[in-house]
Design a protein around this ligand. Structure first.
Ligand code: ADP
Ligand code: ADP
Ligand code: ZN
Length: 222
């Protein structure tokens, strides 16, 4: 199974990818996480990307396409992948086609999480993650079961992204509308687009995605 999750910042791409990755034995590939790891490690890519990310703009296609190209060649992607945050531009979508075709793979679906922009600022300002394992939470919509303790790893330190503030979110929304939304007509021309209601509760969104996957002939492994 190879799918893409598309949606503006805060739409729920990472949340859904985390749930689906275990159920479908597919690798969750989040280019935002990969870039943040480069920033944390202080690599040349990270040094170049940091200011762009902090400003809510898109990092260059060249960097992303090279980064994703080497990631897709790794063995843990062989059973399938859930792309979260890539492609974000038409040139990235075209490069992805070439990368998949070169390794005999194809896309099963492009799943769009449709959300109300007003709700995104609230979602993003309440978002935080476990500093140890990266598990994602929300202050009101998805707090840890036990206050201050990560459900997944028991960690007790959490972090918030520097670009998750109202100001930068608005700029990220502009980038989404102007640069990312144009990939949808590109994929619609290939009959791959499925639009779902991303405002529904998390478990309902998961069910809707699973319906699409059944429709395109992807079954969850038992
Ligand atoms: P994205 O990866 O698209 O930027 P996330 O998956 O990180 O978005 O979700 C953004 C925030 O909203 C997180 O704090 C998450 O817990 C919360 N969230 C995700 N899906 C829903 C939903 N369906 N309803 C309410 N809150 C949600
Ligand atoms: P979100 O989950 O809120 O949609 P991400 O974690 O996917 O955000 O991305 C954070 C930032 O990383 C983006 O604002 C952008 O600067 C950069 N980034 C991530 N993926 C890409 C990509 N495919 N192309 C260009 N920039 C990217
Ligand atoms: Zn954790």
């Amino acid at each position: 199974m190879n799918i893409i999750l598309v949606g503006p910042p805060g739409a729920g791409k990472g949340t859904q990818a985390n749930i689906l990755e275990d159920r479908y034995h597919a690798k969750h590939i989040a280019t935002g996480d990969m870039l943040r790891a480069e920033v944390a490690a202080g690599t040349p890519i990270g040094l170049e990307a940091k200011a762009v990310m902090d400003a809510g703009q898109l990092v260059s296609d060249g960097i992303l396409i090279r980064m994703l190209g080497s990631r897709l060649g790794q063995p843990d992607c062989a059973h399938g992948m859930i792309l979260d945050g890539f492609p974000r531009t038409v040139p990235q979508a075209e490069a992805l086609n070439d990368l998949l075709a070169a390794s005999g793979r194809h896309l099963d679906a492009v799943i769009v999480l449709d959300v109300d922009e007003e709700a995104l600022v609230e979602r993003i300002s309440g978002r935080f993650a476990c500093a140890k394992c990266g598990a994602g939470y929300h202050r009101s919509f998805h707090p840890p079961t036990q206050n201050g303790i990560c459900d997944k790893c028991g960690g007790n330190e959490f972090s918030q992204r520097p670009d998750d503030n109202a100001d930068v979110v608005r700029r990220r929304l502009v980038a989404y509308r102007e640069q990312t939304a144009p990939i949808l007509p590109y994929y619609a021309g290939r009959n791959l687009v499925y639009k779902l209601d991303g405002m529904a509760p998390m478990d309902e969104v998961t069910k809707a995605i699973e319906n699409v996957l059944r429709q395109v002939g992807v079954a969850a492994p038992a």
